[in-house]
Design a protein around this ligand. Structure first.
Ligand SMILES: [Zn+2]
Length: 202
């Protein structure tokens, strides 16, 4: 029988994406054996995340500053916004270093099955950015970089409709993306290719 402490930690870990109860218990045991090294490091890193990370109020990125490093960077093209489902997608695209504009994180995707409606996503703030011309620099292009899943594409089409009234070029990633593929899992070459070959939405 495991102690209460181990059970408490294991059940907290089991709620993490990708970790089930079995692997959570294995992680706990692994950490207990490394109290002074890995466990200490993890504690420190968790504290840093709790104390220092904030959500960017402009784009939804997670960073140590608000506005985030990308929004605050004067070298980035202020006329284009790339819309992604999640922060992990933003990071994946930004690692590929091909998109020079800024981002907007929806915080999910439309899903009838999971009951995610447009008002549950950061769509209002996207429309505000586009309408307010985002600090005076007119937005000329919105790249819809949704995942190549049914829900991702539904979301992209919904957004394209909402954006229709603005004088914008609306593009989406070319789907050399594998069907069902999620951006975060793609290698940088595939991502770069998809971004380069982006095409008008419609
Ligand atoms: Zn930002």
């Amino acid at each position: 029988m495991a102690s209460q402490e181990i059970e408490t930690l294991a059940s907290a870990l089991a709620r993490l994406p990708g970790l089930g109860p079995r692997s959570a218990r294995r992680v706990v045991l692994w950490l207990v054996k490394r109290r002074e090294t890995a466990l200490l490091q993890l504690l420190g890193a968790l504290e840093q995340v709790r104390d220092r990370l904030v959500e960017c109020r402009t784009c939804g990125n997670v960073d140590t500053q608000d506005p985030c490093g990308i929004c605050a960077d004067p070298r980035r093209d202020r006329t284009s916004i790339c819309v992604v489902e999640d922060v992990a997608d933003l990071w994946a695209l930004d690692r590929a270093k091909l998109f020079t504009g800024r981002y907007h994180v929806l915080g999910g995707k439309l899903s009838a099955m999971d009951g995610v409606r447009p008002e549950d996503l950061n769509i209002g703030s996207l429309l505000e950015r586009v309408a307010a011309k985002d600090d005076g620099a007119g937005i000329e292009e919105v790249v819809l970089a949704m995942n190549a899943t049914l829900e991702g594409q539904t979301t992209a089409h919904y957004l394209a409709e909402r954006l229709e009234e603005y004088p914008l070029r609306i593009t989406q990633l070319a789907h050399g993306l594998p069907v069902g593929g999620e951006l975060d899992y793609l290698d940088e070459g595939t991502l770069a290719q998809a971004l380069r070959a982006r095409r008008p939405m419609g």
